[in-house]
Design a protein around this ligand. Structure first.
Ligand SMILES: [Cu+2]
Length: 611
């Protein structure tokens, strides 16, 4: 082990879990069928000292398995995958990556402040899922939530789920929740590669701990030496998620907006316990994440905003970053000092260890666009064998928060793999609003509809049966056989939102204040594509997706937990005839029967949208 573990799966209960997982992998626990295949020619498994913790699982095992036939990409290929089937042939490696996740309640103190949470295999963040492009990922989810019991489900953020929409993990849309005491096994293709995460899509459970990182190895568009692995940025609350959902749904307007308590990097951070007045156990200097750089080498950092609400502004003192991917899409590299990430967004950045000091602060600040009591997250980077007990003395870049609440301009984020914008055959205008309903609840709406799902009636299963009698509050938008759908979204609300579309990488056409001029498109020959975009207050984003390429029901929602909870969610039904033809495995209906049985005698406290 290197003296500084690159990944700290923080929380007092958690640190051993990652090692357990690693050992499991060594023994074959999470690596299934090994078909004698490695990405040898493109150096996917090139690890440095700093990455041993995360990468050795696969690297050592696959190195040991030895065989190197059946490679599918050209030697030295720099082409990366994307959503377009014309431009990629998803390889079938024949490898299945098995994971066994048990969800339960627990008590942890990631920042020193003790609180009740939900955990996966007793860890926060949850275990790393790691695979090669073209592998199959199989995750058995065991719901062991007791005291009280609660349903759950897991969503694999950013995966296309082409041909397998029932594996998307969204209760009331693609499945019934997994009831307490039951299990559900997800199985889906690692259809894209890069950095992502998974999280519960049941109410706002993931703000209570149910999330973890995903790394899919594939060809590289840029060279680097060392993969440092996930760098998860997340706001953190000291109250339980359900109490926060109750606040978000409160008829008292003043309660519906609340601040996060802290900001964590890879699940760790310090907290000033002198602020605790209610006797909750709290330890000062609980500890931060620490990373190791090798002087002169180029490091890959997989930045992920896995929080509930906070817009993150990430930087490293004294170092520029080269952004090479946004979400699952490689882009032409550009250099920046600050990377902005809305909830759900990822950016892969390269950092050359060319500083003069031996240690530097890594910082992530929650923007004033968000609501935070303590917005400043810190982690430390140590060069070579620098003493990790000594705090860095570096100073931050002076780059003020522009307060626009958006990502870098579309004009500078150009996909490596060129994909021209198709002509849309369906155009929609959507208006995002906030309002108070008759009972005084603050709710969000898209075109006047506030989403509320029915856990017992997933819209995918109904559509598969040809039953389109959806309730208006299920907010299903049937786009029929439209090949490419253009959406002009206007944010008529005083808050910015990270908007996420499932099942597609969206083409992003235009972003700005006020209304779109109905004509300007940034780089129509190759627009930016990603799966989450930020829309500013009183502004617009125009996006497009190739609906017919992926028959299913695909959520489009705000990724701020408290906004999705309060109804900022809709979903598109793409190609209903093809959805009727889907052969959905019996286990999906069986889970609904199990959920139905459980809800016969238990009433889930669905005070929110359910998502
Ligand atoms: Cu929102």
């Amino acid at each position: 082990m290197p003296p500084v573990a690159p990944i700290h799966h923080g929380g007092q209960q958690a640190p051993s879990t990652f090692d357990k997982l690693k050992m499991g992998a060594m023994m074959g626990g999470s690596v299934g069928v090994i078909m004698g295949f490695i990405f040898g020619t493109v150096n996917i498994f090139r690890y440095g000292a700093g990455s041993q913790g995360i990468m050795r699982t696969l690297g050592q095992y696959m190195g040991a398995s030895g065989a190197t036939f059946g490679f599918f990409m050209g030697v030295g290929s720099v082409i990366r995958s994307d959503a377009d089937p014309k431009l990629q042939e998803l390889p079938n490696t024949g490898v299945i990556r098995y994971y066994n996740f048990t969800v339960s309640r627990g008590v942890i103190a990631p920042d020193g402040y003790q609180r009740d949470v939900l955990l996966i295999n007793e860890a926060f963040p949850g275990p790393l899922i790691e695979a090669n492009w073209g592998d199959t990922i199989q995750v058995t989810l065991n719901n062991n939530i007791t005291g009280p019991e609660e349903g759950t489900a897991l969503h694999w953020h950013g995966f296309l789920q082409k041909g397998t929409p029932w594996e998307d993990g969204v209760p009331s849309v693609t499945q019934c929740p997994v009831p307490p005491g039951k299990s559900f096994t997800y199985q889906f293709a690692a259809s894209l590669y890069g950095s992502s995460w998974y999280h519960s899509h049941y109410s706002s459970q993931y703000a209570g701990g149910l999330s973890g990182p995903i790394v899919i190895h594939g060809p590289k568009s840029q060279d680097y030496d060392i993969d440092l692995g996930p760098v998860m940025l997340s706001d953190w609350y000291h109250e339980q998620y359900f109490d926060l959902v109750e606040k978000a749904m409160s008829p008292v307007q003043a309660l519906t907006r609340f601040n996060s308590d802290n900001n964590l990097i890879n699940g760790k951070g310090d907290f000033d316990c002198s602020q605790v007045t209610d006797g909750t156990p709290c330890t000062n200097n609980a500890g931060i994440s620490k990373f190791r750089f090798e002087r002169g080498k180029t490091h890959l950092l997989r930045l992920m905003n896995t929080g509930a609400e906070g817009l993150q502004r990430f930087s490293i003192d004294g170092h520029n970053m080269t952004v090479i991917a946004n979400d699952f899409v490689d882009i032409q590299p550009y250099v920046t000092k600050v990377v902005t990430l809305g909830i759900g967004q990822r950016s892969d950045v390269l950092v050359k260890a060319d500083g003069d000091l031996d240690a530097y602060w890594m910082r992530s600040n929650i923007s004033a666009c968000s609501n935070a009591n303590q917005p400043y997250a810190l982690a430390a980077i140590y060069y070579d064998d620098a003493d990790t007990d000594i705090d860095p003395e570096s100073t931050p870049w002076d780059v003020p928060d522009p307060l626009t609440c958006v990502n870098d301009d579309f004009s500078i984020t150009e996909p490596v793999m060129e994909l021209a914008l198709p002509e849309p055959d369906l155009e929609l205008d959507l208006e995002l609003t906030i309002f108070q309903n008759a009972s005084g609840n603050t709710l969000w709406a898209l075109d006047g509809v506030t989403f509320r799902g029915n856990y017992n009636s997933p819209t995918l299963l109904l559509s598969n049966l040809g039953n389109y009698s959806f309730e208006p509050e299920w907010s299903v938008r049937n786009v029929s056989t439209a090949k490419s759908v253009r959406v002009n979204l206007f944010n008529n609300s005083p808050a910015p939102h990270p908007m996420h579309l499932h099942g597609f990488n969206m083409y992003l056409l235009h972003e700005g204040p006020g209304q779109w001029d109905n004509k300007t498109i940034i780089r129509p020959s190759n627009p930016q594509r990603r799966d989450v975009f930020l829309i500013r207050r009183g502004g617009h984003v125009v996006f497009q997706f190739d609906a017919a390429s992926n028959p299913g029901v695909w959520p489009f929602h705000c990724h701020i937990a408290w906004h999705a909870t309060a109804g900022l969610f809709t979903h598109f039904l793409a190609d209903p005839e093809a959805v009727r033809d889907l052969k959905i495995p019996n286990v999906v209906a069986e889970t609904c029967r199990q959920w139905g049985t459980w809800t016969d005698t238990n009433i889930p406290e669905q005070i929110d949208s359910g998502l």
